[in-house]
Design a protein around this ligand. Structure first.
Ligand SMILES: *[C@@H]1O[C@H](CO)[C@@H](O)[C@H](O)[C@H]1NC(C)=O
Ligand SMILES: *[C@@H]1O[C@H](CO)[C@@H](O)[C@H](O)[C@H]1NC(C)=O
Ligand SMILES: *[C@@H]1O[C@H](CO)[C@@H](O)[C@H](O)[C@H]1NC(C)=O
Length: 575
């Protein structure tokens, strides 16, 4: 009798105890790491491949690495398994673009070739040195399975595609030793480095000690000899391993991005970390004291994933870079699957990159704001205008004339009467829990109202993205955004967690906007003009391609007004 393949994987990864040491944040399916992708002839249709989200033709991908612009060309590297649909055999795959929408693939840029990376080339970041020369710091896994930091540089700076990379013979440049007490299994993901006014470079590397998360600080005069500072840039208790830290300046004036080395009176700093324990990220906004070389989060910052997040859905291992050609900072993030390994194996691929978002500091100075880069508009085809109309309590309206499986929808809701808003119970502090208790089908007073996307005719399947408005204390209204995946697929093997976020908008004085990027198996929703985002990974079985529909709905008792547009999106040329 065959043992179920699932328990077989579990058995193998336990038995190969060594693989656990190497697993980092990823499940290890040792027997699948080199398995061949399902025979191309058997793949009659691939309903979950995306039209404008970044993905390679096949296999596993995870973290975006070293994004940068060089000689007018955008570079995206990413963690890639060239041999299978699960994590393993990790190299830096490489693609370039002139518009962040269409991407051309190149050969892998960084792959195991030195003792200091022979067991894997893990995440890292690019830094543009003075004179415009890019270099990459990345984590290598050495023969002892220790995590160490290495440097790579382009072989030919005249090649704008930077197709070939070399490694310095001095690698590793940063390594765990007895003296520095760094945990060799928890030392990875160097950031983009920044240059102080003292002409000394700094970089941080994610780590932990017991359950305290650390941003270990290193300094260098020449980018080759790195010395660990006595203290970390920052650390926080009970957060566990900090993966993929990102540390960068934001302007307190307007939406322009800043070069990573910039500092001064009009500058705040952001520290983002990805928590290996919960697979969630959080960020704080604060001050970087360059003299003491420490980062101090602003008062009131929540230093856990209960605080501010870029995205309250599936979004991890993110990284930003400064786009000097457009003076903006751009955020990229990995969207993991929510499906079973068996289903990933069948479809032959796993993992997508989120659509690039511009990111800046909100006027309040208390949070960041994100918006898909304007280049997405190149893909817009037909605009379907939703004339200003009333969504009566209890109604559903189909938006016709748009390719609902591949669309960009931007709508605004207006409320004129708040009397029916439900009173917020003071114990309702966890937005995700609240959204799961009050899903789209739970009728309310003011809301739920929003969109049903990737919906089948008859609504057997849909993903609901919606608002609910509650009355809090002092006549203040509390706005909740939910993304409810519970009805997104008839397939029961998927993770259908409902996601939620509270949004800092005042519905008495501001309209409630909702933008959704819909792409076959992804729904990226941005609420409050980019004040909160939720990404959902869904696998409809009926609402596929032309059988996908788009609806606006209101299951509250109070009427709301809706206006806006929906665009069919063309398919981008990706890899
Ligand atoms: C460097 O790149 C340029 C531009 O692609 C190319 O013309 C040149 O031949 C390359 N040089 C070498 C040594 O490969
Ligand atoms: C080092 O990190 C690994 C991986 O998280 C953990 O299992 C181990 O307990 C840590 N060792 C120490 C001494 O903290
Ligand atoms: C990715 O998704 C799988 C399956 O849902 C899950 O087990 C794993 O923890 C996820 N990892 C991250 C980093 O989100």
């Amino acid at each position: 009798m065959a043992i179920s393949s699932f328990s077989l994987y579990c058995f193998l990864s336990l038995w190969l105890g060594q693989s656990l040491l190497l697993q980092a944040s990823h499940h290890v399916y040792r027997n699948l790491q080199t398995s061949l992708v399902a025979d191309a002839h058997n793949q009659v249709k691939e309903p979950y491949r995306t039209g404008y989200h970044f993905q390679p033709p096949k296999n596993w991908i995870n973290d975006p690495n070293g994004p940068m612009i060089y000689k007018g060309i955008y570079h995206l590297f990413y963690q890639y398994n060239p041999k299978g649909v699960v994590w393993g055999n990790i190299v830096w795959a490489h693609s370039t673009s002139t518009d962040l929408v269409n991407w051309t693939p190149h050969d892998a840029a960084i792959y195991p070739s030195q003792p200091s990376d022979i067991n894997g080339c893990w995440s890292g970041s690019a830094t543009i040195l003075p004179g415009g020369k890019p270099v990459i710091l990345y984590t290598g896994i050495n023969p002892q399975n220790q995590q160490v930091q290495n440097l790579a540089y382009p072989k030919n700076l005249s090649d704008p595609y930077l197709r070939e990379w070399a490694k310095v013979p001095q690698n590793p440049l940063m390594a765990p030793t007895q003296a520095n007490q760094i945990n060799a299994s928890s030392f990875r993901d160097p950031t983009t480095a920044w240059l102080g006014p003292d002409m000394i470079w700094r970089v941080i590397v994610g780590s932990k000690r017991n359950q305290r998360g650390f941003a270990i600080l290193y300094r260098s005069k020449d980018f080759l000899n790195w010395v660990k500072a006595k203290h970390p840039l920052h650390s926080a208790k009970k957060t566990g391993m900090w993966e993929c830290p990102d540390f960068y300046p934001v302007s307190i004036k307007g939406q322009n991005g800043l070069h990573t080395s910039e500092n001064g009176p009009d500058v705040k700093h952001v520290l983002k970390v990805s928590l290996d324990n919960t697979k969630r990220e959080y960020y704080t906004i604060g001050t970087y004291n360059i003299h003491k070389d420490i980062y101090i989060p602003d008062k009131g910052s929540v230093e856990s994933d209960a605080g501010l997040r870029y995205d309250y859905g599936k979004f991890y291992a993110s990284k930003t870079f400064f786009d000097s050609s457009m003076n903006r900072r751009i955020l990229l993030g990995w969207i993991n699957e929510s499906s079973s390994v068996e289903d990933d194996t069948k479809k032959g691929w796993s993992g997508i990159q989120a659509f690039p978002r511009k990111i800046w500091l909100d006027k309040s100075g208390k949070q960041l704001v994100q918006w898909p880069v304007a280049e997405i508009e190149k893909l817009r085809e037909k605009e379907v205008k939703l004339p200003s109309s009333v969504l009566k309590g209890g109604s559903v309206h189909e938006v016709l004339g748009v390719t609902a499986a591949q669309a960009d929808v931007d709508v605004t809701f207006e409320i004129s009467d708040f009397k029916k808003a439900e009173v917020l119970d003071p114990s309702w502090t966890d937005p995700q829990l609240l959204c799961s208790q009050k899903g789209a089908s739970v009728k309310g007073g003011l809301g739920p109202f929003g969109l049903l996307v990737l919906a089948s005719k008859g609504l057997k399947e849909y993903t609901a993205v919606f608002y609910r408005i509650f009355k809090g204390h002092n006549n203040k209204y509390v706005v909740l955004l939910c993304s409810d995946q519970s009805r997104s697929s008839l397939n029961q093997d998927n993770d259908k967690t409902t996601y939620g976020a509270f949004i800092k908008v005042d519905p008495l004085h501001e309209k409630l906007s909702l933008r959704s990027l819909i792409d076959h198996s992804i729904v990226e929703s941005l609420a409050g003009q980019g004040k909160a985002c939720i990404t959902a990974r869904v696998y409809p079985t009926l609402a596929i391609d032309v059988d996908a529909h788009l609806y606006a709905f209101n299951y509250g008792t109070e009427d709301v007004k809706i206006t806006g547009s929906a665009w069919s999106l063309k398919t981008a040329k990706i890899n």
